[in-house]
Design a protein around this ligand. Structure first.
Ligand code: ZN
Length: 329
């Protein structure tokens, strides 16, 4: 219950669903596949799946759409019935939480084995070993997780479903600093920050959960909200304990509701980037929170900075505190 369509589709890409139902296809181009249409009788493949867009189209029968549409057509179900019938496809939640726990433990072990990982953390201003341990920060070198977890008896299918392996069966996290995202006891997702040239941010499919480490701050009358985990970590290291992180400037419904749980002041400390996207997001969020009677203040870092760069480029706790003090509605 409660899983929305977008989350469902991220968890269960159309191509995976088709393959689980024995659809065979050959690749055509970078992210397209073609095979026989499961929706009509044919002898020459005309059913195309675009894995990137997560949609299908059949040139034979003219049908097309997303996963839900496919289930509607192939099983003659309504939209709602299709959603319901996709639900049991979830790996039992306990399984995925357990495998994420194991993956996170493995990544934590790797951190000390790869000097490049620690030096990346240091470069980003993160040095406190106690905090690194508390936040369970790990390192995914890439190429060794699959073997480790299958040796522990986790099925390839489960690893694929959870998203730890990509479509080619390779580790999804490659040369990334990894933070587990917990909700209560359970890990709901992993966040991986590339240490190299690869796309910077990567989550596993599915929800990013609520606000980061919300339990620690939910009773604070004043909360500093940042958009990135490296921002979060440097602030914690600088002695700010009333910090939380939304993992991006767009808050999901859970995160928004958490901020609205009780009366408080939220210090929005988003990036001050040249394209203004961080500040625009902060303004929008401030308006939405204001409508819920939550007081907001925008902490204005120097131009071009986020909290992480503010500290790595010489800022200190006192200077940050003074920015918080003069933060404007
Ligand atoms: Zn067709």
């Amino acid at each position: 219950m409660g899983e929305d369509v977008e989350t469902l589709k991220r968890r269960l890409p159309l191509l995976d669903y088709l393959r689980q139902h024995n659809w065979t296809a050959r690749p055509v181009g970078r992210s397209e596949f073609v095979g026989l249409c499961p929706l009509h009788q044919e002898s020459r493949p005309s059913f195309y799946v675009n894995a990137r867009k997560d949609v299908f189209y059949c040139h034979g029968c003219g049908q097309g759409g997303d996963l839900i549409r496919f289930v509607q057509l192939s099983r003659h179900l309504s939209f709602r019935q299709s959603l319901a019938c996709l639900d049991p496809q979830t790996s039992p939640e306990a399984d995925s939480a357990a495998v994420l726990e194991q993956a996170s433990a493995f990544y934590r072990q790797q951190l000390d084995n790869y000097p490049e990982a620690l030096s990346y953390l240091n470069k980003r201003g993160i040095e406190d070993p106690i905090l690194i341990k508390e936040l369970e920060i790990g390192y995914a070198p890439g190429g060794s997780l699959r073997r480790h977890l299958t040796a522990q008896g986790y099925s390839f299918d489960l690893l694929r479903q959870v998203g730890l392996l990509n479509v080619n069966g390779c580790d999804a996290f490659y040369q990334r600093i990894v933070f587990p995202l917990r909700r209560g006891e359970h890990i709901v997702n992993l966040y991986g920050r590339s240490t190299g040239a690869a796309f910077a941010h990567h989550f596993l499919p599915g929800t990013k959960g609520g606000l980061y480490a919300w339990e620690k701050v939910r009773h604070c009358p004043e909360v500093i909200l940042v958009e990135g985990l490296f921002d979060y970590t440097v602030l914690r290291q600088a002695g700010f304990h009333n910090v939380t992180c939304s993992l991006g400037t767009h808050l999901n419904t859970d995160q928004f509701l958490q901020l609205c749980e009780g009366p408080r002041t939220v210090y929005l400390t988003f990036d001050v980037d040249d394209n203004l996207s961080g500040q625009q997001a902060a303004l929008q969020l401030a308006r939405r929170l204001d409508a819920k009677s939550i007081v907001t203040r925008r902490v204005l870092l120097p131009q071009g900075h986020d909290p992480n760069s503010f500290f790595t480029e010489g800022g200190d706790a006192l200077e940050f505190q003074s920015l918080v003090k003069v933060a404007q509605p």
